[in-house]
Ligand binder design. Structure first.
Ligand code: AMP
Ligand code: MG
Length: 461
């Protein structure tokens, strides 16, 4: 006998799904591969940034004492004694020892030609931009030979010379060695990996990528691209779930269109448990996601396999633990299942494509996010304005495919199927997925939304 059906809210089912999993172990990834992963610990800078007092301009490093009070009508002339390009301390020819070597020293009445980012020489405490000096501009690519830069420079020809530290970036003024620059739990974007590189890291500790096995059930399904015969249709759910999991950084194996027999599904689930993964690993999945077969039809195969009576005497008698077949107070997507298959967490979604989609967003995404180490895997909703009214069923949270009315518009309107002749969405009318950019979440106690009402939405993509 199938266990009695349990009724619950969306939030309760999210909790039940999250309880199946824990964050995956930590691995070290180089910065390119770390992109999109979740950081497993705080990142402490190994470096001061800037590493030294350095110039913010192309110009001349000077001693404030020499230029104080100088003006274009009463300038000073300094002897240029060194050339300091970025990339290491410079100096007169023959002294240049490359990065890290001792740099030149500026004495009274002296200046050094200096480029942006170069270390300010000892003795200097300000930089005068080249355009404020008698030089006017530097010729790009001019050789760093003494002839090209020795001599004198008169300044200022514009501006006011320079107060102490003018155009000097202080060592550590952005970050000091030991500062925390990235927090544990950060989802690493391009911005984050660049900060890590600047802090001295080539690799970062991140949670291992989840391995997700996707299985769609339905004897009516044909593989994408195959012309369906009578009563058949393309398997779009396994394509959807696999792609959505992959976009969360998961490795995915996909078994599409498993026939509606307990035998076929049992074999398919065992096969995906010993699967080889695109990254070369051979290991059980961290999560199995099935679609279809959870409602009350005579051939609802997931329901069948979750029933201990059906499994008795089969190779799968003991394969299922923690099974829950539930009616979630939501529309669409009411029938949901979860269990462990030989210990592996299993989320069983309904088969109608829009139901499968909202179920992924509501239940699968948080589970994958917890596996990949996100500290708060529950989805955040944002508030928008209903650009049109619609009805909502009493007693069930309604999930509605919507789209923003315009790029900067806070109004959302229904995302309609390609064929608009008939009203109502219908969880089989998946063409609306192509135009949706959000899912409106209408609370169970709301039965109608009017144009202008506030509405909470889950943003997609
Ligand atoms: P089920 O939840 O298995 O009763 O499926 C309900 C309906 O959803 C089926 O009759 C199909 O029309 C559709 N469906 C189920 N699985 C898929 C799938 N993998 N791809 C596209 N449509 C599906
Ligand atoms: Mg089915």
């Amino acid at each position: 006998m199938t266990p009695p059906e349990d009724r619950r809210t969306v939030a309760q089912h999210v909790d039940a799904a999250l309880a199946l999993v824990a964050p995956l172990p930590v691995v070290e990834h180089d910065l390119d591969a770390a992109l999109g992963r979740v950081l497993a610990s705080d990142v402490v800078s190994l470096l001061d940034s800037p590493a030294s007092d350095s110039s913010a301009m192309d110009g001349y490093a000077v001693r404030t004492a020499d230029v104080r009070g100088a003006t274009p009508t009463d300038p000073v002339t300094l002897r240029v004694v060194a050339d300091v390009p970025a990339g290491g301390p410079g100096g007169p020819a023959g002294v240049d020892g490359g990065p890290g070597a001792a740099g030149p020293r500026i004495g009274p009445g002296e200046a050094a030609r200096i480029m942006t980012g170069a270390v300010v020489p000892a003795g200097a405490d300000a930089v005068v931009p080249v355009e404020e000096t008698s030089t006017g501009r530097f010729v790009p690519g001019s050789p760093a030979s003494p002839d090209s830069w020795t001599g004198t420079v008169t300044l200022p020809v514009a501006g006011r010379g320079g107060a102490r530290r003018t155009h000097v970036r202080a060592r550590g003024e952005d970050v000091r060695r030991g500062d925390v620059v990235l927090g544990s739990g950060t989802r690493l974007s391009a911005r984050h990996v660049s900060v890590a590189a600047s802090a001295g890291y080539a690799t970062l500790p991140v949670h291992r990528e989840p391995r997700v096995a996707v299985v769609s059930t339905g004897s009516e399904l044909v593989a994408a691209g195959t012309v369906p015969g009578p009563g058949m249709l393309p398997d779009s759910n396994s394509v959807l779930v696999a792609a959505a999991a992959r976009s969360l950084g998961a490795h995915v194996v996909r078994r599409g269109a498993v026939g509606d027999t307990v035998q076929a599904l049992g074999v398919a689930l065992d096969e995906v448990l010993s699967g080889a993964w695109p990254d070369g690993a051979v290991a059980p999945p961290d999560l199995v996601v099935t679609t279809g077969g959870v409602s009350a039809g005579a051939f609802d195969v997931v329901r069948g396999l979750l029933d201990p009576a059906t499994r008795a005497g089969t190779p799968w008698a003991d394969a299922v633990t923690d099974a829950q077949l539930v009616a979630v107070g939501m529309q669409p997507g009411k029938p949901q299942g979860l269990a462990r298959w030989r210990g592996v967490p299993w989320l069983a979604l309904p088969g109608n494509p829009v139901s499968a989609f909202v179920s992924f967003e509501l239940f699968v995404r948080p589970v994958v996010d917890r596996l990949r180490g996100c500290p708060e895997p529950r989805r955040a909703l944002v508030t928008r304005v209903a650009g049109e009214g619609w009805a909502s069923p009493p007693g069930r949270e309604q999930l509605v495919l919507v789209r923003h009315a315009g790029p900067d518009d806070a109004r959302v309107v229904l995302a309609r199927p390609v064929q608009r002749g008939r009203e109502g969405s219908g969880s089989h009318r998946l063409s609306a997925l192509a135009v949706a950019d959000a899912v409106a979440v209408v609370p169970a106690d709301v039965t109608a939304l009017a144009e202008g009402d506030a509405v909470r939405v889950l943003l997609l993509d």
